[in-house]
Design a protein around this ligand. Structure first.
Ligand code: SF4
Ligand code: SF4
Length: 88
């Protein structure tokens, strides 16, 4: 599942640097998550790092991006391959 950030976000800047997939960026009013890059931290960590650290718990599952673990692992491999210099 990709996650999403709600309007409860207080722009504390904690989550953006901990995302291993560079999926978090500042949006027009508060931080946002690119669902194409969020693997719920699958491939990197046991728990979603942004959820672990968010002080106001405003990062639920994105209702339009429900994915099973196999899909998240495929996304992780795609992202890893795309960021590898040799494309492997
Ligand atoms: S769950 Fe992981 S991959 Fe998804 S936005 Fe949060 S830190 Fe990034
Ligand atoms: S950790 Fe939570 S409150 Fe802080 S910027 Fe990220 S989503 Fe917003």
């Amino acid at each position: 599942m990709a996650l999403t950030i709600t309007a409860e976000c207080i722009n504390c800047d904690v989550c953006e640097p901990v995302c291993p997939n560079q999926a978090i960026s500042m949006g027009p009013d508060f931080y946002q998550i690119d669902p194409a890059r969020c693997t719920e931290c699958v491939g990197h960590y046991d728990q979603p790092q942004c959820v672990e650290l968010c002080p106001v718990q405003c990062i639920p599952v994105h209702p339009q991006h429900i994915e099973d673990r196999a899909s998240l692992e495929r996304k992780y491999r795609r992202l890893t391959a795309a960021s590898s210099p040799c494309g492997a």
